[in-house]
Design a protein around this ligand. Structure first.
Ligand SMILES: [Zn+2]
Ligand SMILES: [Zn+2]
Length: 494
C-alpha cells in the first residue's frame, strides 16, 4: 500500500475526530483551536461552520482515497489551500505568526499528501476544464489582493487615513433631527437593572420633542449611550427620577458633566419625589472639586461655574388630583408624575409625557398598580419595567444550592416589588395603549433563548402589540397621526 494512502487516511480520521468532536463538545475542542464562542450563537457557529467543515474534509479524504476518486482528493486539497490562504492573510494583517506553529505544518502536510496521492493515481482521462482553471486564477487573485489589503492596514499612513476618516464621520454625526417638533420620540439609553449585562446600560429613557430632550432616570453607563448617539446634550431640559435606587441615579454626575460641557444654558434640573434635594446636594458636593478643576482648565466662559451644580426640583403629590402632579408644562410638552408602588421605596413615580396629541408613560420600578392603569389610559406607548419571576426564582434556587446565600436572599426579595411581563401586558390591555415596550429587564435577556423564556407568556397575555427593547431602541410617534414606528437610533459605532 502506498505510504501516501496511509497518510491521507490518517488525515481523514483526524478530520473526522475533530468534526464529530466539535459537534459533541464544541467548547473544549474549540478552545484548543484558540476559538471562544460568544453565547449559544457562538456554539452554533462552531458546531455548524467548523464542525461541518472538518466532517466534509474527512469525507473527501476517506471516500477519495478508498474509492480511488481523484477529483475528491483534489477538492479536499483545494479546500485546505483556502484554509492556508486564510492563515497567510492573518499573518499579513497582524504581522504575527501566532497560531501558525502547529496548524500550518499540519495543513500543508495534508495538501502535500493529497497532491502526491492524487498524482500517484495517474493523469486523469479528462484534464481540468478551462472554467476550473479560470476559477482557480480568480481565487488566487482575490487571495493576493486581500492579503495585500490586510498588510496595508499595518502601514502607519493607511492607519492615519482611516483614523481621520472615522474621526470626521464621528464629528459630523448629528442626530439633532431626533429632537424635531414633528414627532414625540423615545429612545432607550439603558434597559437593564442591577444584574450585570455587557450589552445594556442601567435604567435610562430619553424622550425627545420640540427641540428638547427629557431624561427619565440616569442609570450607570447610560450617558455613554447618549454620547454615542450624537444627540445635542446641551438641550436636555431636565432629568426626571422615578426613585432613588442606584441603578436609576448612578450616572447623574456624568450626565451633569456632559450636558455642561455640551453648553447647557442653565443648571441641570433634576425632578423627583421629596428626597431629591438630598440626592442632588450629595452629588453636587462630591463633584465640586472636579467642576472647579474643569473651569480653571477650560475657562469660566467655556464652563461657567454657575451652571455646574444640579438643581433639585422636588415634586410632592399635594395638588388637586390624588397620586399625580404636573411637573413640567411649556405649552407643548406636559409631564405628569404618577405615584406608584415600589415599597419599601418611597417616593416612587412613573411619568407620563403628552406632546401635541401623542403620549407615552414610563413606569420606573413598580408593582402592578391600578394607578398605573389610570395614568396610561389612552396613551400611545407604555414603557414598562419587567421582572421575570420564573427566571429570578430559578437564579435564587441555583444560588441557594451553591451556598451563595446572600445572592439567594436578594433574588428572593426583589420578586416582590417589580412588575412581571404578564402583569405589564395586563396593565397595557386595561389602559388600552397601542404598544407595550418592556425595558429595565430582570434578568437581562441577552440571547434568543433567554428572550424566548423571558417573553414566553407575552403573546397570550397581551392583547395588542408589544416589544422587548434594547439599548438604542427608538420609537417615533408622528404628530397628527395615530401611527408609531419602531427602529433604532442611527449612529456610527466604532
Ligand atoms: Zn431599578
Ligand atoms: Zn428600584
Amino acid at each position: 500500500m502506498p505510504i501516501t494512502r496511509i497518510v491521507v487516511t490518517a488525515y481523514g480520521l483526524l478530520f473526522a475526530a475533530l468534526g464529530v468532536g466539535l459537534w459533541i463538545a464544541p467548547e473544549p475542542l474549540a478552545a484548543r483551536l484558540a476559538i471562544a464562542p460568544i453565547g449559544i450563537p457562538g456554539l452554533s457557529a462552531i458546531r455548524g461552520d467548523l464542525g461541518g467543515m472538518f466532517v466534509v474534509l474527512s469525507a473527501l479524504c476517506l471516500v477519495g482515497v478508498w474509492s480511488r476518486r481523484r477529483s475528491l482528493l483534489v477538492v479536499a486539497a483545494l479546500a485546505l489551500c483556502a484554509v492556508v490562504t486564510g492563515r497567510l492573510i492573518s499573518l499579513a494583517a497582524t504581522g504575527s505568526p501566532a497560531g501558525l506553529a502547529l496548524a500550518l505544518p499540519v495543513e500543508v502536510g495534508a495538501i502535500v499528501a493529497l497532491a502526491l496521492h492524487a498524482r500517484s493515481m495517474g493523469r486523469p482521462a479528462d484534464p481540468a476544464p478551462k472554467t476550473l482553471r479560470a476559477v482557480l486564477v480568480l481565487f488566487l487573485l482575490v487571495a493576493v489582493l486581500v492579503a495585500a489589503g490586510a498588510a496595508a492596514l499595518r502601514a502607519p499612513q493607511v492607519q492615519d487615513r482611516l483614523f481621520a476618516w472615522a474621526a470626521q464621520t464621528l464629528v459630523a454625526q448629528d442626530n439633532a433631527a431626533l429632537l424635531g417638533d414633528d414627532a414625540l420620540r423615545v429612545a432607550l439609553c439603558g434597559t437593564s437593572s442591577p444584574l450585570p449585562s455587557n450589552r445594556r446600560a442601567k435604567a435610562c429613557v430619553a424622550v425627545m420633542a420640540g427641540g428638547k430632550m427629557y431624561i427619565v432616570d440616569s442609570g450607570p453607563e447610560s450617558t455613554e449611550r447618549l454620547m454615542q448617539w450624537g444627540v445635542p446634550l446641551d438641550r436636555v431640559a431636565g432629568v426626571f427620577l422615578t426613585h432613588f435606587h442606584s441603578d436609576h441615579i448612578g450616572d447623574l454626575p456624568e450626565l451633569n458633566l456632559q450636558t455642561w460641557v455640551a453648553g447647557r444654558p442653565g443648571p441641570l434640573a433634576v425632578y423627583g419625589g421629596p428626597g431629591v434635594e438630598q440626592v442632588v446636594a450629595g452629588f453636587n458636593t462630591a463633584l465640586a472639586q472636579d467642576q472647579a478643576y474643569r473651569t480653571a482648565h477650560h475657562t469660566a466662559r467655556m464652563l461657567p461655574p454657575q451652571t455646574a451644580p444640579m438643581q433639585a426640583r422636588p415634586v410632592a403629590m399635594t395638588g388637586p388630583q390624588p397620586h399625580r402632579a404636573v411637573v413640567y408644562d411649556d405649552g407643548a410638552m406636559r409631564i405628569t408624575a404618577i405615584e406608584t408602588n415600589h415599597a419599601p421605596v418611597s417616593p416612587a413615580y412613573a411619568y407620563r409625557f403628552d406632546y401635541r396629541g401623542r403620549s407615552v408613560v414610563i413606569t420606573g420600578d413598580t408593582t402592578a398598580d391600578p394607578r398605573l392603569v389610570e395614568a396610561a389610559r389612552g396613551a400611545d406607548i407604555l414603557f414598562s419595567e419587567a421582572l421575570n419571576r420564573d427566571m429570578v426564582r430559578a437564579l435564587e434556587g441555583v444560588a441557594r444550592r451553591n451556598g451563595r446565600d446572600r445572592v439567594a436572599h436578594i433574588m428572593a426579595d426583589i420578586q416582590s416589588y417589580h412588575i412581571s411581563p404578564e402583569e405589564a401586558a395586563d396593565t397595557a390591555n386595561r389602559a388600552g395603549v397601542k404598544l407595550l415596550v418592556l425595558y429595565h429587564l430582570i434578568p437581562a435577556p441577552d440571547n434568543f433563548v433567554l428572550r424566548g423564556i423571558f417573553t414566553r407568556r407575552m403573546n397570550e397575555a397581551r392583547k395588542g402589540d408589544w416589544r422587548l427593547s434594547d439599548d438604542g431602541s427608538l420609537y417615533t410617534l408622528p404628530v397628527g397621526s395615530k401611527a408609531y414606528e419602531a427602529g433604532r437610533v442611527p449612529h456610527l459605532a466604532l
